[in-house]
Design a protein around this ligand. Sequence first.
Ligand SMILES: Nc1ncnc2c1ncn2[C@@H]1O[C@H](COP(=O)(O)OP(=O)(O)OP(=O)(O)O)[C@@H](O)[C@H]1O
Length: 247
Amino acid sequence: MNNDKKLVVELENVTLKYAQSTSFNLKRFFLSKHERKRVVSNSNASREDALSDVSIKFYEGDIVGIVGRNGAGKSTICKVLSGVLEPTTGKFHSNLGIGALLSLKSFFTKELSGLDNIYLIGALLGKNKKEIEDKIEDIIDFSELGDSIHKPTETYSSGMVSRLAFSIATSYRSDILIIDEVLSVGDKYFKEKCNTRMKSIMKESKLIIIVSHSDSDIKNMCNRAIYLDKGQVIMDGSVDEVMNKYK
Ligand SMILES: Nc1ncnc2c1ncn2[C@@H]1O[C@H](COP(=O)(O)OP(=O)(O)OP(=O)(O)O)[C@@H](O)[C@H]1O
């Protein structure tokens, strides 16, 4: 499959077990950045695998939709692809730079303001102060949060969080863009605005991964889909084929 395309990212027999039940957030990521195994387990036996023997090849130009029921392992795969989590066993190879992971579940530190989160997430994406400050105006404008940017994000509606998350991640260019359940929230007007921005980013990114529970998001944007269940790949193929199986 895809013999004419350039292989850019590969998961090889990846298994991932979480060490303990715990929520994931930015602070935790910073603390564990140099010791990633603190958030995953080395044990072979004790826990059900969040990912189990997953092998996937990603090619330049792929826009891949990942589908599956709750708990299937979609967010976990995104974290492995963005370098946030290391596999417990198996290998992750990437010829692309650090992946920009756009995820509502992961990175907001809720007691901090939207503005502070812009700095923190920018730093997490490897940007320096100047690079972050160069983008602040664009991020706030695009998110349309106005003065709410100074309020703690725990006071935001899910739509506001979504707007800010989308604005931050899409303000920086990276070779790999990973969008985990962000497109499905936000009102119709903002969704259209996101789609327009996405189209221009897609032209610049080498690989895009989209997790969505929305059939239409996957059908409209992706050229390939992967169906996960209980941490395993059930099907990897064309969008039509996979969405028919997933129904
Ligand atoms: N931080 C964590 N600690 C322990 N277990 C976790 C953690 N995060 C996820 N899991 C478990 O790993 C499995 C896969 O979870 P994951 O969040 O990747 O699924 P998902 O497909 O993204 O689900 P959803 O559609 O509900 O967002 C689930 O069984 C989940 O309970």
